[in-house]
Design a protein around this ligand. Structure first.
Ligand code: SF4
Length: 422
């Protein structure tokens, strides 16, 4: 890894490594003894191995006596180590996974309101979004492993915790109701359902799920134009069902609805139109009681971009449309969720970034800093996942509250779209 060796050579440091249970400890020695320790460890607080979320975190200890240049060099060193680490992470849906039966998978993700604990209840899906990071599988998630995961999650979440259920598409699983009942029996009573909503078009389904504790529906809806919807979702004929489901969701009460729009090559020009469409739909649904409707703009993650680079869009091209879409939301009274989750886009694309920034600092353990290079080449080896920012991002006032872009994005488009806001 070139950045690590370069920074060590430049500063005249040497690096030695030691392992302990659950930890990798890198000791950096300078001419006058130990400079700092970089410790890679499993984040116990955030649970078991996560597939796209961090499976390790990096802590820097010591270094208080370093001057500003040396501190910068330690940060560079950390970045280099993170890239090595990322290349070792397990991938979602590894091809070697057996088709017959798969284990339930729990992940932890930086969400826009804090860390989300997420359970993939099925890998089956009725759509085929090319950039989906979970390849559809005929393999059934074993009931035993789901039960075991639920027991662990119940202990970890406590009585007030919320569990996010995802897939695949959870609604294609005939066992979803049973699973919710089982989770409630173990003490988990609040759920977020991540879904494409297609199965919510039938009468009574939303009400049944809400009665079992689904407090929030996080609905992927990427285009209001049927042709583009089919293109983005890799499906045919499901658009009317998705719109019908949205109408039912917008007409109900007692739960929240977030429309998750993954900005991609096939929908970015339509973002303002999509927001107008959603606002009209909300207005047309009379009787909406308690509950909220909002929008979350997300970007394709590194796994998705590696799988379907043609679906990616240069953020420099998408930014004007994104800004217009946010302005439409503000005018039409649609709330926009903070640009603060693992899937969020960088704040500097917005006209008023402070308005949509996270109130808390976001974990930077997966973020590297890199020089921009034409086309992003040289930023990282192919297949490396994680997040990256420009070197200039260190001067940006949003740095601690921003996760930059996926490394795979930087490889495709470079980092020129990121504009530091000192
Ligand atoms: S300039 Fe960098 S740190 Fe600032 S918002 Fe953009 S990506 Fe984030």
């Amino acid at each position: 890894m070139e950045p690590v060796r370069a920074v060590l050579d430049r500063e005249g440091w040497t690096l030695s490594s030691r392992t302990e249970a659950g930890k990798l400890r890198f000791v950096v020695d300078g001419a006058r003894g130990r400079v700092c320790e970089l410790i890679l460890e499993r984040p116990a607080a955030h649970g078991p191995v996560a597939s796209v979320a961090p499976s390790f975190r990096l802590r820097v200890r010591g270094g208080g006596r370093l001057n500003a240049d040396q501190k910068r060099a330690v940060a560079e060193l950390s970045s280099g180590l993170r890239l090595i680490l990322d290349s070792l992470r397990p991938r979602v849906g590894a091809r070697s996974r057996p088709e017959a039966e798969v284990r339930a998978q729990t992940e932890s993700h930086e969400g826009y309101q804090g860390f989300d604990l997420l359970l993939r209840t099925t890998l089956a899906c009725n759509q085929r979004c090319p950039f989906c990071c979970v390849p559809p599988s005929r393999g059934r998630v074993s009931a035993e492993s789901l039960e075991a995961e639920l027991s662990v999650l119940a202990r970890r979440l406590g009585p007030k915790g919320t569990l996010t259920l995802s897939g695949g598409e959870p609604l294609v699983d005939p066992g979803l109701t049973r699973l919710l009942e089982s989770a409630r029996g173990k003490g988990i009573s609040r759920f977020v359902l991540q879904t494409n909503a297609v199965g919510l078009d039938r009468p009574g389904v939303i009400e049944k799920l809400a009665s079992l504790g689904v407090r929030h529906f996080f609905v992927s809806f990427h285009s209001h134009r049927p042709g583009a919807y089919d293109r983005v979702t890799g499906s045919r004929g499901l658009y009317p069902r998705a719109v019908q489901a949205l109408k039912r969701l917008f007409s109900g009460s007692g739960y929240g609805v977030t429309c998750n729009v993954v900005v991609n090559a096939w929908n970015f020009r339509d973002l303002p139109g999509l927001m107008r469409f959603l606002a009209r739909l909300v207005r047309s649904c009379k009787g909406r009681g308690k509950g909220s409707v909002d929008v979350f703009f997300s970007m394709i993650n590194g796994v998705g971009l590696a799988k379907a680079p043609e679906s990616g869009v240069d953020l420099a091209a998408a930014a004007p449309l994104l800004r217009e879409a946010v302005a439409v939301c503000e005018k039409e009274g649609l709330k926009v969720q903070p640009f603060a989750a693992e899937a969020a886009m960088p704040l500097c694309l917005l006209s008023h970034p402070a308005k949509y920034a996270s109130r808390r600092p976001l974990g930077q353990d997966r973020v590297s800093y890199a020089e921009d290079t034409p086309g992003g080449r040289g930023i990282a080896a192919p297949g490396v996942i994680g997040r990256v920012k420009r070197l200039a991002c260190r001067e940006c006032r949003f740095d601690p509250r921003c996760l930059g872009v996926p490394v795979e994005y930087a490889r495709l488009f470079g980092l020129v779209a990121l504009e530091s806001r000192p």
